[in-house]
Design a protein around this ligand. Structure first.
Ligand code: HSE
Length: 428
């Protein structure tokens, strides 16, 4: 057996400690599968004295992750600090400059700096691997870069934020509102330090941008992702969408269109009986579509020590085996700048609105929609005691921009109360 492969691990939170423990417990498996013994040389975290319930004294300690990243006895720098800037970025850049391979779980850093980091790594003939950054334990980066490498990818979709899926599916199952479930997630420790990363769709948007770069051979472009979170979703939407045979998901969709790359992370309706519709709780799902393979569905844990460490370990074993794949599946210099396009694919939309209960109110709404070329497919008005009537409409395929123009004109009817809700229905 050759020289051991030496790791420097920065960040000893849930995932970092998970990685340390598994490397200790599975030393033999790692050595056998990778053909090389894997050892931890040094670790780094914000506090050396914190009780992590685990003896780390066998490893050198560095307070500064940049020093850790550049140590002579480190071959792979494992970045589990998080955050798009600051120490994570500084240490990753230092590791690459010092000629180390890098493994990271940091979707935010790669979504913003991925192209520059990939280019810098390749200039040094080094690798950046990031299986743990997207959908935790689901090997979706490997699926795209290796298993589906012979395909032209036509669309990728994903529910990639477990916290949002937990909130939405619990709203459905228990009838509780968004705020109550948000509080529950805070108590359970499910939310990121900045909860908007979860409920604002940013965390999932980072992941979508990374997958889109691999899938479409484009430079990662998080700024081009159309983002909409889940905080405006009400229990009425959950109930009434269910009544029409749908579930609401925070769904990421990326597809290459004739006008450019469409990347959306937003609440969508999906058929209740589809794999995405049936995804419950904090689980993630990615759906990949290729011209040769058709549709592939991957489902599994998107967060947590074991699943995320599992992804980090697969990257370690790949490097031990000598598998050398460019960061985004092809050399960084061949990735083309993504041409950003707003939603240019047509879809049906679910509309929910409150109408003054008077003769001709529905007709006025239908007229405005019709004048804007938005055709109604299904419509339902619910029994009610209040002065306004709850109305649901499912449209035929239309462009979001067309629909928005119609919605802007609905208040002129004088029969609309409040603002209508519009949610895309994704064909899955
Ligand atoms: N906060 C994320 C989630 C996990 O809820 O899925 C880390 O990306």
């Amino acid at each position: 057996m050759t020289q051991p492969l030496r790791l420097g691990i920065a960040g000893l939170g849930t995932v970092g400690m998970g990685v340390v423990k598994i490397i200790q417990q599975k030393a033999e498996i790692l050595a056998t599968r990778g053909g090389q013994e894997v050892v931890i040389s040094a670790v780094s975290a914000r506090s050396k004295d914190k009780d992590r319930g685990f003896d780390l004294s066998a490893y050198a300690w560095e307070d500064d992750p940049v020093r850790l990243a550049t140590r002579d006895d480190v071959d792979i720098f494992i970045e589990l600090i998080g955050g798009s800037e600051g120490p994570a970025l500084a240490a990753t850049q230092a590791a690459i400059a010092a000629g180390k391979d890098v493994i990271t779980a940091n979707k935010a850093m790669l979504a913003v700096h991925g192209q520059a980091l990939a280019q810098a790594a390749e200039d040094k003939d080094r690798l950046i691997r990031f299986e743990a950054a997207v959908a935790g334990g689901i090997p979706v980066v490997k699926a795209l870069t290796e298993g589906l490498a012979g395909n032209q990818i036509t669309r990728i979709m994903g529910v990639m934020n477990g916290t949002c899926n937990y909130i939405l599916t619990q709203m459905q199952a228990t009838g509780r509102g968004y705020e109550a479930l948000f509080e529950e997630c805070a108590k359970l420790g499910f939310l990121e330090a900045d909860p908007n990363l979860d409920v604002g769709g940013i965390d999932a948007g980072h992941k979508l941008a990374l997958l889109a770069a691999i899938a479409f051979g484009t430079q990662v472009d998080f700024a081009a992702v159309e983002l909409e979170g889940i905080s405006a979703i009400s229990i009425e939407d959950i109930r009434q969408a269910a009544d029409m045979g749908y579930r609401i998901k925070l769904l990421g969709v990326a597809q290459m269109t004739a006008r450019g790359l469409e990347q959306r992370m937003s609440p969508c309706l999906v058929p209740a009986d589809s794999p995405l519709g049936q995804l419950e709780g904090g689980t993630n799902m990615t759906v990949l579509e290729g011209d040769e393979v058709g549709q592939i569905v991957l489902r599994g844990a998107g967060a947590g020590a074991g699943p995320t460490a599992s992804a980090v370990l697969s990257d370690i074993i790949d490097i031990a085996r000598g598998t050398r794949i460019s960061t985004f599946g092809q050399p960084a210099e061949t990735l083309s700048p993504a041409i950003k396009t707003a939603s240019v694919t047509e879809a049906p939309y679910y509309l929910r609105m409150q109408l003054t209960d008077q003769p001709g109110a529905l007709a006025k709404i239908a007229t405005v929609l019709g004048e804007h070329d938005v055709s109604i497919n299904r419509m339902r008005q619910y029994g009610h005691d209040a002065a306004t009537a709850p109305v649901l409409i499912v449209t035929h395929d239309t462009l979001r921009a067309t629909l928005d123009k119609a919605l802007q004109n609905l208040p002129h009817t004088g029969v609309l109360e409040g603002t209508p809700i519009a949610i895309r229905i994704e064909s899955v």
